[in-house]
Design a protein around this ligand. Structure first.
Ligand SMILES: NC(=O)c1ccc[n+]([C@@H]2O[C@H](COP(=O)([O-])OP(=O)(O)OC[C@H]3O[C@@H](n4cnc5c(N)ncnc54)[C@H](OP(=O)(O)O)[C@@H]3O)[C@@H](O)[C@H]2O)c1
Length: 295
């Protein structure tokens, strides 16, 4: 089978740099022909130059149409890992992809949660509407896309304490029924593996909204693991409705509050959870021990 021609945009970001290594591995084993899409100013020096990986510049503004079309004209899968401030600029990429006879699917930069209308009615979360608008533009232009929804990234759980758990300090914040409900966590390594595997069979995911997460510990399981690791009881505090309302006033804390609500009420959206081959799942305990060791 000939390799799938896959373009990756945003390879230097948090998500992009997690997608890059497994895509390079698939390129090396001739399953994928990897094309790095980058802006002129991007630092491409970290990508090995002896692997036959192609580099193509894009310019996501009113003046980039010709360059963008040239960059994506033969790509079968295009993955965008643009950061939150560049979501809107993906409309230029969609314009370039419109009418392509080669494209099987475009994966726009979403990698977030399905937010409810009620959540999006909070002004602080309005910027997230842009992701939906990008999907709508693709729909209007008949560009096939795959919406990839995830859980909380492991890095955001551990380092940024986005779910209110501090594994170093052995503390867990509980909202509503979080003790018995699962928290969806997506480790970045898993995300990279899964997106690479799915890129090998793009027709199976085109036109779909899928969910990728590899861990679902309940609050009680998190407490049990932390208690075991620290050898003393985990401090459990309540996250209150008052604090939720307060947190919904600012974009970053509102995303964190939304995770706590989805966890506490088990109100995660019911997207299709896709299983991928070849992933060796780590347990929550293994991941936590690795984080505490610093790797
Ligand atoms: N589920 C979660 O827990 C979670 C957490 C964080 C983020 N996310 C989501 O994941 C997605 C990716 O976010 P991220 O944090 O990985 O982003 P990021 O780290 O900010 O990465 C930004 C990337 O976008 C590129 N870029 C920015 N503006 C560009 C432009 N105008 N043209 C071309 N390239 C441009 C940058 O390239 P240069 O190298 O050229 O600067 C860089 O590679 C977002 O949709 C975000 O909302 C989800």
């Amino acid at each position: 089978m000939s390799p799938v021609l896959v373009g990756l945009l945003g390879f230097t970001g948090t998500v992009g740099s997690a997608l890059l290594p497994p895509l390079i591995e698939a390129h090396k084993s001739n399953k994928i022909d990897l094309v790095i899409l980058h802006r002129e100013s991007s630092n491409t020096s970290q990508i090995p130059s002896d692997l036959g990986i192609t580099f193509r510049a894009v310019q996501l503004d009113d003046k980039g149409e010709k360059k963008n079309r040239e960059a994506v004209k033969d790509l079968e899968v295009v993955i965008s890992a643009l950061g939150a401030t560049a979501i809107d600029s993906q409309k230029y990429l969609i314009e370039a992809l419109a009418g392509s006879s080669k494209l099987k699917t475009f994966i726009p930069s979403d990698f977030g949660f399905t937010f409810t209308e009620e959540e999006l009615s909070y002004p602080a979360l309005k910027p997230l509407q842009l992701k939906k608008e990008i999907a709508d533009i693709a729909g209007k232009m008949n560009v096939p896309i795959t919406n990839v929804r995830v859980g909380l990234f492991d890095y955001y759980f551990y380092a940024y304490k986005f779910a209110g758990t501090d594994v170093k300090e052995n503390t867990v914040e509980v909202y509503h029924d979080a003790l018995k409900n699962p928290l969806r966590i997506t480790s970045l390594a898993y995300l990279g593996h899964a997106i690479t595997q799915l890129s090998l069979r793009p027709s199976a995911i085109a036109g779909k909204t899928i969910a990728l997460y590899d861990l679902q510990p309940t609050g009680q399981e998190i407490i049990d693991v932390l208690t075991k690791i620290h050898g003393k009881p985990t401090k459990v505090t309540d996250y209150t409705d008052e604090q939720y309302e307060k947190d919904m006033g600012d974009l970053v804390s509102a995303i964190s509050a939304s995770v706590k609500l989805k966890w506490g009420d088990n109100s995660w959206a019911k997207e299709e959870k896709v299983e991928v081959d070849g992933w060796k799942n780590k347990s929550f305990e293994e991941l936590t021990r690795a984080f505490l060791k610093g790797n």
